[in-house]
Ligand binder design. Structure first.
Ligand code: SAM
Length: 466
């Protein structure tokens, strides 16, 4: 069998020998290997050599033959490729044929591309859309593509909406991407997050990391029902979406919770908060990015296993829950993460780079932290990782359910600005005390405001800015 180097040599110096190898070979592996390794084809390459392979019994050989014909970008192969696009048994081969037709960028390909739009396989339709987008300024093609905006496939819908600018979104962005309002920097507001967010300008926040109340499993918030609890969180995260900058992140720490049983005649009830909240978040344009599992040592969690340890009866098995979720979402955007990064100055990117020893997996083993004042605080290390991996120096980092203020303290140490809201006066006062020793010469020393004071500051600042 020829080596890659030999194929390269033949392609450059002895094309006839290469053609002979392809014609004479009876071994599928050899044929596929040559076709796969042809690389960029010389101008003098004779595409006709590939034609017999378009009807080969082996799917991969047909696929590679089509790929190589596509590189030639010659309309003389339009008919044969159209035939493959319409009739091949294998959908990957058909898709490749449509891609090859698209590469021709020739109006003669339009009829077959249009026909491929109605394929039952979404990847064929997507490939045909790609080819047709070259002609989207023609009203006929635009009208044909527009019809796909209600296609059942979500990727097709997204591409059509974006490519034909059907989303009607106008940019309301007020601040350059790395900037945030000074009125919010290093500020803790005492009040209900829903009221506070009403006065926060759109596109202000770079990162939100939060651990919401655990439904009715702890004592600080009581909701009338689980549905009402999910509605409450949906309202909060809808507003968080509005105030988040384009394409930036929301990370929500939750875990299933148990609400104790009513009496011995009842079972306790377990609520799968991360999973139910997930559906709510994606429905309000938070795009799911990752699930990180925070694992704690088994000795640090409540033991639910004592009964089973004794009786060992199946079905009554109860594992100790040592994990919580950090669900990672991005504000849905047409822009890639690369765009977000490019908005920053070179020095900011350099200063923000994550050093060696960072966590490479989505399993984060971190000991929990216990605090006398607050029963559910973030460990510093959890905040440390989230802030370092999902924000840059100088960004504004938000926790709507501030609690003891851990996120704020770690953000401050990592040269980010923080913005926290906390409803409970004891916790608010606790955050205030814990920032007591911070230097006052900072450009934005920590501030602790009532909702009224905060509203006043924001409106003064906004007037100045306008
Ligand atoms: C799970 S704790 C967060 C703990 C925090 N991550 C920490 O490190 O200390 C949730 C917090 O949200 C607060 N909270 C509940 N409902 C709120 C609301 N509507 N607005 C603001 N804070 C609220 C509670 O008082 C509680 O301190």
């Amino acid at each position: 069998m020829l080596t890659k180097q030999e194929i390269k040599q033949l392609k450059e110096d002895k094309l006839d020998d290469l053609y002979a190898e392809l014609k004479q070979s009876k071994d599928n592996r050899t044929i596929q290997f040559i076709l796969e390794n042809l690389g960029k084809l010389p101008d003098s390459f004779d595409g006709d050599i590939l034609l017999p392979f378009l009807v080969h019994s082996h799917d991969d050989i047909r696929l590679w033959a089509v790929k190589n014909l596509g590189k030639i970008q010659d309309t003389q192969y339009l008919d044969v490729l159209s035939e493959v696009a319409q009739n091949d048994d294998d959908s990957m081969v058909r898709r490749e044929a449509i891609s090859s037709l698209g590469r021709m960028r020739d109006r003669k390909t339009i009829p077959v591309l249009l026909e491929s739009l109605i394929d039952s396989d979404p990847k064929i339709t997507l490939q045909a859309i790609r080819g047709l987008l070259v002609f989207k300024h023609t009203s006929k093609i635009e009208a044909e593509l527009q019809q796909l905006q209600n296609h059942p496939n979500e990727m097709i819908q997204e591409v059509i909406t974006r490519e034909l600018s059907l989303n009607g979104k106008k940019s309301e962005i007020k601040y350059p991407h790395p900037m945030s309002p000074d009125s919010m920097k290093n500020t803790v507001v005492h009040g209900d997050v829903r009221d506070t967010l009403q006065v926060v300008p759109a596109d202000s926040i770079h990162l939100t990391f939060t651990s919401p109340p655990y439904y009715n499993a702890r004592d600080y918030s009581i909701y009338v029902s689980y549905e009402a609890y999910l509605d409450f969180l949906t309202d909060v995260f809808t507003e968080v979406h509005r105030v988040t900058k384009e394409g930036r992140f929301l990370i929500v720490n939750t875990s299933p919770v148990i609400v104790p049983r009513f009496s011995r005649a009842y079972a306790s009830k377990r609520y799968p908060i991360p999973f139910d909240l997930h559906a709510r978040l994606t429905s309000i344009d938070w795009e799911f990015i990752d699930d990180i599992v925070w694992a704690k040592p088994e000795t640090s969690v409540k033991n639910r296993n004592a009964g089973f340890l004794q009786h060992r009866k199946p079905i009554a098995y109860k594992p100790n829950p040592v994990t919580e979720y950090l669900m990672v979402y991005r504000k849905k955007s047409e822009k890639l993460i690369d765009w977000n990064i490019k908005q920053y100055a070179f020095e900011t990117i350099e200063q923000s780079k994550v050093g060696d020893g960072y966590e490479t997996s989505n399993l984060w083993q971190i000991d929990p932290t216990f605090n006398k004042i607050h029963s559910a605080v973030f460990p510093n290390e959890l905040c440390n990782r989230v802030i370092k991996y999902y924000s840059l120096v100088g960004d504004l980092v938000f926790d709507p359910f501030g609690g003891s203020g851990t996120l704020g303290k770690v953000a401050y140490e990592l040269k980010r600005h923080f913005f926290l809201t906390e409803m409970d006066n004891t916790y608010f006062e606790h955050i205030k005390r814990s920032f007591g020793g911070q230097p006052l010469f900072d450009e934005f020393p920590p501030r602790f405001l009532s909702l009224d004071e905060f509203s006043q500051t924001v409106s003064n600042f906004e007037t100045l800015f306008e």
